[in-house]
Every structure is written in C-alpha cells, then in structure tokens.
Design a protein around this ligand. Structure first.
Ligand SMILES: C[S@@+](CC[C@H](N)C(=O)[O-])C[C@H]1O[C@@H](n2cnc3c(N)ncnc32)[C@H](O)[C@@H]1O
Length: 249
C-alpha cells in the first residue's frame, strides 16, 4: 500500500524530473505536500519512470476493481453456483466477467492495458535476446490476445523480415494505429477466428513449484510459439530449468 501511495502522489515522476539528487524539502515542494509531512515521506518506496516501471501494474492489482472480489472468495466457495459460471469477480461486478467489465470501464481498462504493456516490454527484451532461434524462418506472426502490441512491436523491430499482427478485443486495439514497424492490429475474438500467419504467439503465465528462478520458455508447438512465464513458488530448482529463457522446438 505504501507503493500505491508513492505512485499516486507522483513520487517517481517528481524524482525523475529533478535533475540530480533531490532533497526532502525539494521533494515535498515538487509534490505540493504540506511541509509537516516531510518526516513521513522517506518511508515511501521510490520508483523511477522507465519502460519497466511497475507503477501501473501496482495500481491495477491494488485497485478495488481487482481487490474487492478477493473479499468475496469465501462466500463464493460456499455458494452452490458451480454450473452458472459465477466467479468472485462477476459476483462483485454485476455479473460481468473481467473482459466484459474492461470493455465497459475504459478508465480501468487503460490502467490494466498499460500494466500489461510494461510487462511485455521486459519480457520482449529477454525473449529477443535469448530466444532468437524460435523465430528463424518465421515470415509472419500473430500475437493472440496481444494487448496494445508492445511484444509485437519489439519482435517486429528485432526481426525486420517478420510481419506481426496483434489480435485483441475491440476495446483494446480500436484506435491504435498500425505501427510503421510491420505491426498491424486486428480487433476480434480469438475464440471465433485468428488471422492467418506462419506462427501464432501466446504469452501465458504458469505458476509452478519446481523452479529456482522465474523462467521464460519459448516453446513451439507446430506453428505456435508459447512464451511461458514460469514463476517459481518453490524453494528448489534443477539445473535444466535455471536458464532465464528456454527455447523448445
Ligand atoms: C493478461 S492480458 C495480456 C496481454 C498481452 N498478451 C501481454 O502479455 O501484455 C490478456 C489479454 O487478452 C485479451 N483477451 C481476452 N479475451 C480475448 C478474446 N476472446 N479474444 C482476444 N483477446 C482477448 C484481453 O483484452 C487482454 O488484452
């Protein structure tokens, strides 16, 4: 919650905007805070603005839109609704599922999409550096549920011969310009159709308990590339899975 407060106050931006080290009084002034609050300010974590800034992710996951459903989990467990598709999220938000909710709440959707885009910046950098072989011979690729396209943009830049299509729901991609970097956007539902391409990219998150470090696997299943972010929740790892990126062909 301290991080949320720091981001809401605009602390990272104030530090970033200041040329050189910033003193506490200068920071208080830059943030337009009462001088009496100076003693408390040093307790807040400082985040700096850069493409990997976790601020929007933090604000998204701590937003009541996402935290409220957790307060209803025990009630959901006890309820007899196994076959009606109700989730803690939909029970909180008038029966809407998460993507349906996002389509109707642009402010939260923007926050969430920005959080995803920041994450993709980081993952794309690792994938491009460590997983190049998975893209050899791929002339066209479609990033399914690719959000606002940061992954596709990074891939198109790294592999100029490859054209990239980002498929996502209309409220996410409508209004986004086709990038000059061989990137175009298609609004649609992945359960209805996926644009034709040499390869289909899926970025998924798995929480498993065998790995010692967070790991990204670039796996290919036929023409499907799967960026599998494996997040460790265990304590032991084995030597085969310690690489930051694995390419499985
Ligand atoms: C967790 S976000 C991941 C976005 C992006 N792949 C990334 O890693 O940054 C999931 C994405 O799936 C999209 N999505 C959900 N249902 C979809 C559907 N039926 N068809 C296409 N996209 C969908 C959402 O709009 C959202 O952008």
């Amino acid at each position: 919650m301290s991080l949320k407060c720091a981001v809401q106050l605009g602390l990272p931006e104030a530090v970033q905007a200041h040329s050189g080290p910033i003193s506490l009084p200068e920071l208080i002034s830059a943030l337009s805070l009462p001088p009496a609050k100076a003693p408390y300010l040093h307790r807040l974590l400082r985040l700096s603005d850069n493409p990997y800034n976790a601020g929007s992710l933090l604000l998204a996951v701590l937003d009541p839109v996402l935290t409220e459903p957790f307060h209803r989990m025990s009630a959901w467990f006890r309820s007899e609704n196994d076959d009606d598709g109700t989730t803690p999220f939909s029970a909180t938000h008038g029966g809407k599922m998460v993507w349906e909710y996002m389509a109707m709440e642009p402010e939260f959707a923007t926050l969430f999409n920005d959080a995803m885009a920041r994450d993709s910046c980081l993952i794309a950098e690792v994938v491009v550096k460590e997983g190049r072989s998975a893209f050899e011979g791929v002339g066209s690729l479609v990033d399914v549920a690719g959000g606002t396209g940061n992954m596709a943009k990074a891939l198109a830049k790294a592999f100029p011969g490859m054209s990239c299509t980002v498929l996502d729901l209309p409220h996410v991609v409508s209004g986004l310009e086709d990038g000059g970097n061989n990137v175009k956007y298609v609004a649609g539902d992945m359960f209805e159709s996926i644009p034709a391409a040499d390869a289909v990219l899926l970025k998924v998150l798995n929480v498993i308990n065998q790995l010692a470090v967070p790991t990204i696997r670039v796996q290919t299943y036929g023409h499907t590339l799967c960026f599998n972010q494996l997040v460790n929740i265990g304590s032991r790892g084995d030597s085969n899975t310690r690489l930051p990126v694995q390419t499985r062909l």
